[in-house]
Design a protein around this ligand. Structure first.
Ligand code: BGC
Length: 658
């Protein structure tokens, strides 16, 4: 249960959060949604239940996301996030048992492609409260035999999408599904039966375990990260010293949180209110990460309301959200502590607040991110944070009355408008993210022998894999999640190339354009600020320090310069590049060598760019004399221009494991 801590938030210093120093560079920044809440036009267990739900509101065409996919992906992109969690609507994929709607499958496949094209990594949820009516009529999760059907759906989607999706959530919040559907009766099927709650809970765990084991055994299964998403709802005794309040809190904590976590840990599951635990095949160790959805804590007494519409008790200093439960960010840390016994990487798969006028959400975001960042600093393995939700949507039994979005949605016109909190979230994310990497990867290995004359050097194998993969390993370790690879005119040789954890975009030229021409040719894919790399150089330097220097100098272009190199090719004066010349006999006053990694503001490309073939370094560096900054750093860089140098690079890479 943990101790109920409260903090004086007025005295919390958010400087690191706002300046981009609270989270590691490779942190997964995301937003989350679920199919039924945004897509519109779904027919499933929920749409059938809606007329009987508390609000009586119908999901109808919701946010009409099904017809506005491209627009919404752009909204995600505009938030600067690197990850997007969505769910796949089974009732669309298999509207009747055994009949697959390939157009619907294609829709999700396109969604994934379009996300990746924009540098956003997808995370898919396979069950987020909804399923087809035909399956519901067979009893849904009330019948163990039905699990086969759901597994078939999971296999189908994994088969189609696992070549591009690395992150998978099996079931969203099994405890919420079971308790809302079978104890409180607020979700379909709207029942109140402890017996059914026990059965459904156990079947949810069976289904999760089978899903995990089945997908793991499929192609791409090993590299996929598959996990359960657990809502952690904290229960605290209303009066700390009242034994009845303590008992009630402990009971609820046990049923809502601990039995599920223990199940995952031991493989034996004791369903809420069950007397004995049951061994569930494949359950032990059935998660590569644990997804934590965290919203609040509830104060327990023996007389707690069993209806969501009666205001729960709160502490006098706490602020109620529109959902009536309080904002309690300190509890997020307790949620992390609670799942830490699983020894798994933690991902905050949902956190957000219902707040109609957006006056609480900015502070809600700051507090929960602050707590997350501090937990990371204390050594907890927290990999990502997905804000719930991208946009206002259909909030289940509450209908459209509870707004959780970073974008406001006008449900009449479907117009989306960024809220102040959305702008804040995107600023925080931007401050923490490493810019896009752009790699000039088209240069041919002309000096490396017959075999590579017609092959981009970046694809040459060194120490077991193409040099490009080593470069991406380094960029990935530095927190880069997006790379644009300029493949030159022989781009088809990159077909099928992928790199785990990174969204790659390839751009090919119809004829050789030189380094400058290649960049100009791809300018529509280049972001406002980018890190420029050469596809045949391995330069393991610290990107955050380089980018921080670039920022601090307000420089339009920053080159990394080493002073420890055989030849010199530039003159730097007072921190600026004065001259650049890569001809063989440079003037004797030259005092530095360009070592390969630079940070570029896109406007430099737009100002100096032109059509046709031209060289970036030979054009832009002289034109920007005394404007481009020199970042002095003597980290050794490795090129592979000649067979000897290639040999030395291989030796180095063989020795280093990144
Ligand atoms: C659910 C979401 C829901 C959110 C806010 C979570 O329990 O996964 O679907 O919208 O809470 O209530």
């Amino acid at each position: 249960m943990g101790i109920e801590e409260h903090r004086n938030w007025d005295s919390v210093d958010y400087t690191n959060l706002l300046s981009g120093n609270l989270f590691p560079p490779n942190f997964m920044w995301g937003v989350a949604t679920a199919s039924h809440q945004i897509e519109g036009g779904n027919t499933n267990n929920w749409s059938a239940f809606e007329p009987r739900s508390k609000s009586g509101q119908l999901s109808g065409n919701a946010c009409d996301h099904w017809n506005r996919k491209e627009e919404d992906i752009q909204l995600i992109k505009d938030l600067n996030v690197s990850h997007y969690r969505f769910s796949i609507e089974w009732s669309r994929i298999e509207p009747q048992q055994g009949i697959w709607d390939e157009d619907a499958v294609q829709w999700y496949s396109d969604l994934v492609d379009q996300l990746l094209d924009k540098g956003i990594q997808p995370m898919a949820t396979l069950h987020h409260f909804t399923h087809p009516l035909w399956w519901d009529e067979k009893g849904g999760f009330e019948n163990e035999n039905n699990i086969d059907d759901w597994i078939r759906f999971c296999v189908k989607m994994f088969d189609v999408l696992s070549d591009r999706i690395d992150w998978w959530c099996t079931i969203n919040e099994p405890a919420v599904f079971a308790s809302m559907g079978y104890v409180l009766g607020e979700f379909p099927p709207g029942e109140r039966s402890f017996k059914k709650t026990r059965i459904v809970s156990t079947n949810l765990m069976r289904a999760h375990a089978r899903c995990y084991q089945t997908l793991k055994s499929m192609e791409h299964g090993k590299r996929a990260h598959i996990g359960l998403v657990k809502n952690i709802n904290l229960f605290d005794p209303y009066r700390r010293w009242n034994p009845l309040h303590r008992l009630q809190a402990r009971l609820l904590d046990g049923m809502f949180n601990l039995c599920w976590i223990k199940g995952l840990m031991t493989g034996r599951f004791k369903a809420p209110s069950a007397l004995r635990s049951k061994e569930i095949p494949g359950l032990k160790g059935s998660s590569d990460f644990i997804g934590v959805n965290y919203y609040t804590h509830l104060l327990a007494t023996p007389f707690m309301p069993t209806k969501v519409d009666i205001d729960p008790l709160i502490r006098p200093w706490e602020q109620r959200t529109d959902f009536r439960y309080p904002m309690y960010a300190e509890g997020l840390r307790r949620a992390f502590d609670m799942v830490s016994c699983l020894n798994l990487p933690i991902i905050v798969t949902e956190n957000g607040v219902a707040d109609d006028d957006d006056d609480m959400r900015p502070e809600h975001i700051r507090r929960h991110l602050q707590i997350t960042g501090e937990a990371i600093a204390d050594g907890m393995d927290i990999r990502g944070f997905y804000h719930w939700s991208l946009m206002d949507n259909f909030e289940w039994a509450e209908g459209y009355d509870q707004r959780f979005g970073l974008y406001h949605v006008d449900f009449e016109t479907k117009e989306r408008t960024l809220k102040e909190s959305g702008a804040l979230y995107s600023e925080i994310v931007k401050a923490h993210r490493v810019p896009q990497v752009v790699i000039l990867a088209g240069g041919l290995g002309t000096r490396l022998g017959e075999r590579t004359k017609q092959m981009p050097k970046s694809l040459i194998n060194v120490s077991g894999k193409p040099i490009l993969s080593h470069i991406l390993d380094w960029a990935g370790a530095q927190g880069c999640m997006e790379a644009l690879i300029l493949t030159g005119h022989l781009g088809e040789q990159f077909d099928g190339f992928r790199h785990e954890g990174m969204a790659l975009t390839f751009h090919q030229e119809s004829e050789p354009l030189g380094t400058g021409g290649a960049l100009w040719n791809a300018r529509h894919l280049i972001q406002d600020r980018f890190i420029l790399l050469w596809g045949d150089d391995f330069h393991p330097i610290d990107y955050s320090e380089l980018v921080a220097y670039h920022e601090q100098e307000s420089s339009p272009l920053t080159l990394t310069v080493t002073t420890e190199h055989g030849e010199m090719n530039l003159l730097h004066v007072d921190g600026k590049i004065a001259q650049y010349d890569k001809s063989t006999s440079p003037p004797s006053e030259f005092n530095g060598y360009e070592s390969g990694t630079s940070v570029v503001e896109k406007r430099v490309l737009l100002e100096h760019g032109k059509d046709g073939k031209w060289s970036w370094e030979e054009t832009v560096y002289p034109e920007m004399s005394m404007k481009a900054s020199a970042y002095l750093d003597n980290t050794k860089f490795w090129d592979m221009g000649t067979p000897e140098r290639l040999e030395r690079l291989a030796e180095f890479l063989n020795k280093t494991s990144l």
